[in-house]
Design a protein around this ligand. Sequence first.
Ligand code: FES
Ligand code: MG
Length: 577
Amino acid sequence: MSSKKNPADLRSARWFAPDDLRAFGHRSRAMQMGYAPEEWKGRPVIAILNTWSDAQPCHMHFKSRVDDVKRGILMAGGFPMELPALSLSESFLKPTTMLYRNMLAMDAEELLRGHPVDGVVLMGGCDKTTPGLLLGATSMGLPTIYLPAGPMLRGNWKGKTLGSGSDAWKYWDERRAGKISDKDWVDVEAGIARSYGTCMTMGTASTMTAIAESIGMTLPGASSIPAADAGHIRMASECGRRIVEMVWEDLTPEKIQTRKAFENAITVAMAMGCSTNAIIHLIAQARRAGQDIVLDDFEKASRKVPVIANVRPSGDKYLMEDFFYAGGLPGLMSRIREHLHLDVMTVTGQTLGDNIARAEVYNDDVIRTVMDPIYREGALAVLKGNLAPDGCVIKPSACEPRFLKHTGPALVFDDYPSMKKAIDDPNLDVTADHVLILRNAGPQGGPGMPEWGMLPIPTKLVKQGVRDMVRLSDARMSGTSYGACILHVSPESYVGGPLALVRTGDKITLDVNARTINLDVPEAELAKRRAEWKAPEPRYERGYGWMFTRHIKQANEGCDFDFLETGFGAPVSEPSI
Ligand code: FES
Ligand code: MG
């Protein structure tokens, strides 16, 4: 790509170049920080949105990794400006990071709008940080490159490999069944997360960073590099070098985030055996980019593209570190080349086809061929029916096959605390055929749609050896979770969706092959229940939550705030200086 921009046309020049009192202030304050005019004059100012924090174990390395980004920016003749952004720690932030994804999106957009910057490196990785940062940067529209935190190393306990999330659930069930001692339990705690970096199963973090890469917003291969690999440091400085060129080339997200790019992301997500959360975030991001992606686009791709990444929880043994050694995302994309639009632009200034031209797979068991997949149809299925008129989602690749067609009586819980209490009751009236239901756990009801969707199997049944059951909710689940969990039921029960009308004992029928989910209750009875239904009390009387509940959209629409969507009102203009 040829350079298009002149130094005088840089956005930052509006702050620094004029001979007026405002610009005098900006220049003198840059000098106050010890920078001589030669260091910024005529150079692209590059924002680095860093989501490091002391409450963010997945991004611990960002504290020093940002220096590698800065090194790259300086080498390429840019001027770095690190701007800390909201960190959204999946581990510590309550009630759920999803409540704050849009807050990070606003943070990112307004940080960029308000500061004298020409381009941005986004540093994220832990679950919602990826969509949060990308939503904001997409709305702002400056040249953007995404720097994924990278997965942590494999977990280890007594020589056994441990996977983030998945093994926590698995061994917790073992512990509840009385099979793990206190001492061993502490050793599991110490061994399951033993380096910085994001969860190393195919959870939401690995899914979303791979999606960022497949849309074209990261350097090729960037999302698969383990956080602790020296290659990650080199990738960071390359992000710095490349973003400076992108500013001169005026390579904005708009030129990358086309409809075809999002279709590629959906295809890749399916081949990866992606987290169910991907659906919500991708819909939101596509809408910000002005592309109309809907649940049916996932459904179509899911019928076409098999799961070929043999990474847990869809796969049975491997983790992201193995995936990297096997060729990483470029390797995977090379295997599904014929399903991808290869002519789309990426942050490299080259097409996706160019980027993966020489990609290879080094281990056919970790990254399978399409002829030998780990699951023949895609990772996700979208179900509809009288229980979920606007859709719900299941991950068939991660549940016991016998539940793909199932009828069972409902056991309904109205909130999380009562479910949690009941689940340990030895006298709970429940069988392995029951459909466990949790409601009031959606975008408004949760609030923030917490990852409660993998309801625990009742302890009574765990002791009998039951490890999977059909579970149904308007919540999400962690990408590292597994089981016959039907999620994101839309519209949610809190706003009066049909889920609100279910009663314990009602029969529910699920048929994944037919893509249906139905409540076997006559319409007349449902109408009666609907008339009796009372809207719950509002969750918030003030603050961010108050704003959230007024503006959050439903899961099938991506859970963006209505006023942040691209079509809402005229575009925001540049700030006066
Ligand atoms: Fe940060 Fe899983 S907790 S990626
Ligand atoms: Mg997660």
